[in-house]
Write a protein that binds this ligand. Sequence first.
Ligand SMILES: [Zn+2]
Length: 177
Amino acid sequence: MQSSASWLRRNLSNVPDISDQEMNAAGERPAEDLYARLDGVNSLVIHHSATATGNARVFRALHRAVNGWLDIGYHFVIGNGTLSSDGEIEHGRPVWSVGAHAREHNGDSIGICLVGNFCETSPTRKQMASLTYLLKKLLEDFSLSSSGILLHRDVPGCRTECPGDNLTIKEVVDALL
Ligand SMILES: [Zn+2]
């Protein structure tokens, strides 16, 4: 099992001055009462990690220890078989809490991150199957139509390539049919 600290050191070009012990501790979940509550959900935003490998724990360590955030930015992480199983759905922030994944849209959206860099590779079949399953569940839970599903780059005001050219909204929405 790879430690969060070794993953961070391998994946960051500029590693800040944080001890391995602190980096590994940052992979742990913070206390529940620290989160702000979402004020309804209007969109489900899809991201890639822009890293070849990963899981909820190492992204949590990255976002906490390096970015200085309360917790991992996303509500869900879908593994690609590197540091979690292929297609495994892991929980990030609680689904009722405000995330940190889409500037100015965090107050009413859920963030889903697929592990991988889809500027270079494509999501695995199992990741797409899990994404479809999760989106169907969330659309139902929050009474949304599929127009509520957005890629990060299509969120108004967000300037990003995320989740890469190899993941399109057509592909995501077609899979729901
Ligand atoms: Zn993104």
